[in-house]
Design a protein around this ligand. Sequence first.
Ligand code: MCA
Ligand code: AMP
Length: 505
Amino acid sequence: MGNPLYDRLFGIHAGKETPFLHLPDGHTLTHAAFLDMAARVANALTGYELEPGDRVAVQVEKSPEALALYTACAQTGLIFLPLNTAYTSAELSYFIENSGAALVVCDAAKETGLRPIAEAQNARLETLNADGSGSLMRRALGMLPAFEPVRRRPDDLAAFLYTSGTTGRSKGAMLTQDNLLSNAETLVQEWRFTQDDVLLHALPIFHTHGLFVATNVVLASGGSMIFLPKFDLDDILRLMPDATAMMGVPTFYTRLLGDDRFTGDLARHMRLFISGSAPLLAETHERFEARTGHRILERYGMTETNMNTSNPYDGERRAGTVGFPLPDVELKVTDPETGETLHQGEIGMVEVRGPNVFEGYWQMPEKTAAELREDGFFITGDLGRVDEDGYVHIVGRGKDLIISGGFNIYPKEIELVLDDQPGVLESAVIGVPHPDFGETVLGILVPAPGKTLETDVILANVQNELARFKHPRKLILLNELPRNTMGKVQKNVLRDTYKDLFMTV
Ligand code: MCA
Ligand code: AMP
């Protein structure tokens, strides 16, 4: 037994002078050079007196050094905890405290805000900037480019990813080495990735999609990626001729289709386009095929499970569906009330079981018990059905969740902030259709009796508390919220009323 995650994703490339990262400045980092960098970081980490199993909270921009830190955590047995770069200090303090992070790594620009939070937690703080500078790499550069990986078992924890909750605070999903590894190796097979692939990588690396799907698949196959700091249409159009595959959220595809420079000629040589994290409209799928001749391959996953289903590589990629359960993943549709398995074709709760399913939520046994059954099935919160050919359709959500441009947003978190604003009696936050982000956040406020609300002031207050992508795009004032006879707010009525607010005619 060695360290399966390190050995099978990274160690297999030791000494290979083949390309791994193509950077925007034209520079290419080979697998061997990347592993040298990661080993130096691993040596630097051991100097911080950390133990395997300690959490390393990381809020840094996308860079090769950030990936080296992920690799070094695998090598040293530390638990990698990536955090959205848009999170405010108020949001970060919860994650750092809840995870009991022993080390916090952040951009130097965030240091002043984060140092008191780290110190309150007795955590060490180091910096890592987008250009690779900062205290972590300063130390790492003086280290040897070799490191003997710490022994780990497949069920040892490798990463925490925080996922928001419908009610209370975010929960830390605990992912094991095998959760990550088994899924990456399955996806390489399913999507036929090889060392000849060049993935156009424009996703952030603090979520499942950009890190555990895109990056791990490239690592497991020995291919390379064009590693872009973010999705920029000009860059994507310029670099597509050098790529063989792209993974993206639906917004990537609608933005490409919205640009006349994106022609069939530009895309023809590509082997594969994959979409996930949010529903891809059948209409987008069809327009993409009409423009390029490619049928986008849609797949479905979650933070807690990595990928569960995928449309087939060889067979029919059916628009509006998320394909079949992956090998080793069992999927059933159950009655949300009783948990009984429903008949084929009926709509119900999607449940999944397999080596991809996480261990549970960090220090939240009740929440784990509520979502992860004793027999190993995870209750996804998504409503779906399986059609007569076995394709899985996600038809809605049993959870109150908004997905904006692939980022998940839980209305409750925003409602709590809005309810706290002076003069606000109550609020309701809903997701409404948006041409670019798929869905966007709309806030509805009810003023307290005799109070007048200034929505600009309220939006400005929200900025200190919540990451930009969670901000309501608009606030609407109502005298009262629609309620059913039980007194429950009828969000479906609100969603229906405002469904066209951001859609152009
Ligand atoms: C940026 N903004 C957003 C979003 N992104 N607002 C709402 N939703 C967003 N997703 C803010 C910006 O801060 C900016 O604020 C304004 O909106 C417009 O920004 P714009 O330049 O248009 O955005 P962008 O920087 O181009 O980003 C859009 C994006 C990006 C490319 C769609 O959000 C993105 O890369 N999303 C991918 C998310 C992802 O990886 N999800 C996977 C989660 P201002 O106007 O103030 O300047 S993993 C997952 O879901 C599961 C497991 C799965 O199945 O994969
Ligand atoms: P998260 O775990 O927070 O990143 O979000 C996972 C959620 O994104 C799932 O539970 C689904 O609701 C949604 N999701 C991911 N991929 C798809 C897809 N292809 N179609 C529809 N919903 C998706």
